[in-house]
Unconditional design. Structure first.
Length: 120
């Protein structure tokens, strides 16, 4: 597991820069990472700070990275669930439990027609 601690920030003409220290659980000493952020991302960071929810750029970046990790985890779960569903569907088709494609298309058209009628 990697804990992220951010510190320092300097403004340049073209890029918003800051450093992040990574403290690794494997007892490695902190490493400094310098990154440059494009002006359009800098504006997003500044807008988030202006809302008052965040006090500095590091807080914004930290929250964004945490959300990215959560999203990635959710996406991976979705991929696994979808693969499981596809495997089940293939097994059902192999057992002859599938529905004829023409029947499925007909059912979908009926549902679409009914939805349009409800909408008026």
């Amino acid at each position: 597991m990697v804990e992220v601690f951010a510190f320092g920030c300097g403004f340049s003409r073209r890029y918003f820069e800051f450093r992040i220290i990574f403290y690794f659980a494997q007892r490695r000493k902190g490493e400094i990472m310098n990154i440059q952020i494009k002006p359009e991302l800098e504006q997003i960071i500044e807008a988030q700070i202006a809302t008052g929810k965040y006090t500095n750029p590091e807080d914004v970046i930290s929250k964004a990275l945490k959300l990215l990790l959560e999203w990635d985890k959710g996406y991976q779960n979705w991929v696994e669930e979808t693969r499981e569903k596809v495997d089940i569907a293939i097994e059902q088709l192999d057992r002859g439990e599938g529905i004829n494609g023409d029947v499925v298309i007909s059912q979908l058209r009926d549902k679409l027609r009914q939805a349009r009628e409800i909408q008026g």
